[in-house]
Design a protein around this ligand. Structure first.
Ligand code: GLA
Length: 382
């Protein structure tokens, strides 16, 4: 019997993970756990500034089939499939680092876990800015917690998965992706304050409002993403330091610094936090069609003030807006990856075509476009 909150699609993926587990390890797994990717509706690069975010989970999942074992054995179905075996959690790299790193972070955080065999299968698009790595971390995290008998609050679990990403994998990201994967609920978008991870789930029924949200994976590789991401963080920390606040979230609304670049970074963070609050207020009143301008303003701010957009993202956003989208913006870290567009359901096809045409005209990769649904967060499938 699947758990009550299990997603049907997660169940299908779980069967593939289970079959891989049987084939590679010649045994049945003790259980199956799924964790989704996400899009962020609004609130970009605010997480590491103690600000506000608004993600929802997508019905793409990383699924882990897991059993306790004598040594660490990680199998992934990705590509032709590969298996990594290790006597310890030291020095595991590549895709398996997300799994080993999460086990390491659990141990470091006072939740001892021993070795497991795991087969992972995922359909979260890789490199599309939809949190495929957080999905892996969160799936193994809830699996290990269950198998080793730890009850971990989901917000704390998000911090533990973030620790894996920051300290083991070495990517200096905030807590957005792991929180989204662990804490989002089906049919809802989650408003979260990254200062204390307090949150509210807002119903997000686009169909009832005659609307659709398109996710446009530009298929453009993330360029310079790591270095540039770290540089933006460093700019924010320097701006906060000059203002004498712990995080830019606390900067006075009209604060001014001598350095124009730091001013632009700060302006993005301050205005973006305001846009998230306005978006949350509109959603609370059921005025979802009215959030479009806020989404578009967020993109403009990310493009010109935060400077994390790309030719492909701008092309997708401009084409969607030109063809009548109510609002559009890049989502996630930027420098490639995906954009979202809020559209009237009746004009979705026309807008998809306009986005695809614009990419072709500009000689950019053909984007992969799909309709978003707010899916269930991480859960045990069986
Ligand atoms: C990436 C990071 C997140 C967040 C976003 C930008 O997805 O992993 O922590 O900073 O970029 O909002």
């Amino acid at each position: 019997m699947p758990a009550a909150n299990a997603d049907v699609h997660a169940l299908e993926l779980a069967e593939t993970a289970e079959a891989a587990f049987r084939e590679v390890f010649g045994a049945e797994p003790e259980g199956l756990w799924a964790a989704p990717g996400r899009v962020n509706l609004i609130g970009e690069h605010t997480d590491y500034n103690d600000g506000f975010v608004m993600p929802f989970a997508l019905p793409f999942y990383a699924v882990a089939a897991v059993s306790k074992a004598e040594t660490w054995e990680f199998h992934s179905t990705y590509g032709a499939g590969s298996t990594v075996r290790s006597a310890t959690l030291e020095g595991v790299d590549g895709w398996a680092a997300y799994l080993a790193g999460t086990a390491w972070a659990l141990n470091e955080s006072g939740y001892p876990v021993g070795p497991v065999r795991v087969a992972v299968h995922s359909d979260v698009p890789h490199g599309a800015g939809l949190s495929s790595s957080a999905a892996l971390e969160c799936a193994i995290l809830i699996a290990l917690a269950d198998l080793y008998g730890h009850e971990i609050d989901r917000a704390e679990a998000a911090r533990i998965a973030q620790k894996a990403e920051n300290e083991y994998v070495g990517a200096p990201t905030g807590v957005l992706d792991q929180s989204a994967s662990l804490l989002c609920e089906a049919g809802h978008v989650m408003f979260m304050d990254c200062r204390d991870l307090s949150r509210e789930q807002e119903p997000f029924d686009l169909a009832a409002a005659g609307l659709t949200m398109l996710v446009i994976d530009t298929q453009a590789p993330h360029r310079h993403a790591d270095g540039e991401y770290g540089a933006r963080r460093a700019d924010c920390e320097e701006a906060a330091r000059q203002l004498g606040v712990s995080h830019l979230r606390d900067a006075p609304r009209h604060a001014k610094l001598d350095d124009e670049r730091l001013n632009k970074r700060m302006r993005h963070i301050l205005t973006e936090n305001e846009r998230v609050l306005k978006t949350a207020a509109l959603l609370k009143e059921g005025r979802v069609a009215e959030i479009g301008d806020l989404l578009t303003a967020s993109h403009t701010s990310l493009r010109y003030d935060y400077e994390v957009s790309s030719v492909e993202l701008d092309s997708a956003v401009d084409a969607a807006l030109g063809a009548g989208a109510l609002g559009a913006r890049m989502t996630g870290g930027g420098f490639g990856g995906s954009a979202i567009a809020l559209v009237e359901a009746a004009s979705a096809q026309k807008i998809e075509a306009a986005v695809t045409d614009a990419a072709a005209q500009a000689d950019l990769p053909t984007p992969r476009i799909f309709t978003a649904r707010a899916a269930a967060g991480a859960h045990r499938v069986r």
